[in-house]
Write a protein that binds this ligand. Structure first.
Ligand code: ZN
Length: 149
């Protein structure tokens, strides 16, 4: 089994301890709930749009270190991106945590790359991708809470 510590690299620990954009957004254009019943990760994701740009992204809720760090990193990465760019980042992140992306691409993925180790732990993939799935559904104007099941 791979070294579990690779899952808890410094970046993940830092974002778990001091999550970025961890607040409710009163004037959000989209608000959506995401839930991972397998682990108990439960978050609300808030998005404020400025035309086609994600002007602000925040989240509240609780869950394991991986899910919280991932939501925090996600909120910082997609902010000020267009819908299309955010969608592309979602695809890159999803490929990375499910082990589909080529190792050569990881450098350009920057902060997302710290979650590459998650691909070796299938149960953790849902933790890491919960906030991203919730964001994607929010941007698609889905009203029903997102669940990983
Ligand atoms: Zn979790």
């Amino acid at each position: 089994m791979s070294d579990l510590r690779t899952l808890y690299q410094e970046v993940i620990l830092d974002h778990n301890k001091s999550p970025r954009n961890f607040r409710a957004m009163e004037d959000a254009d989209m608000t959506l709930e995401g839930y991972n019943p397998l682990c108990g990760d439960h978050y609300m994701v808030y998005v404020k749009m400025d035309d086609d740009v994600l002007a602000d992204v925040s989240f509240t809720g609780s869950g394991c270190a991986i899910s919280k760090a991932s939501a925090s990193v996600m909120s910082t990465i997609v902010k000020n991106k267009t819908r299309q760019e955010a969608g592309k980042l979602f695809d890159q992140f999803h490929d990375l945590v499910t082990g589909k992306s080529a190792p050569g691409n990881k450098e350009e993925l920057g902060r997302i790359a710290v979650f590459a180790g998650v691909s070796e732990f299938p149960a953790r993939v849902k933790c890491a991708s919960l906030a991203w799935h919730t964001l994607k559904a929010a941007l698609e104007k889905q009203a029903n809470p997102v669940t990983t099941e």
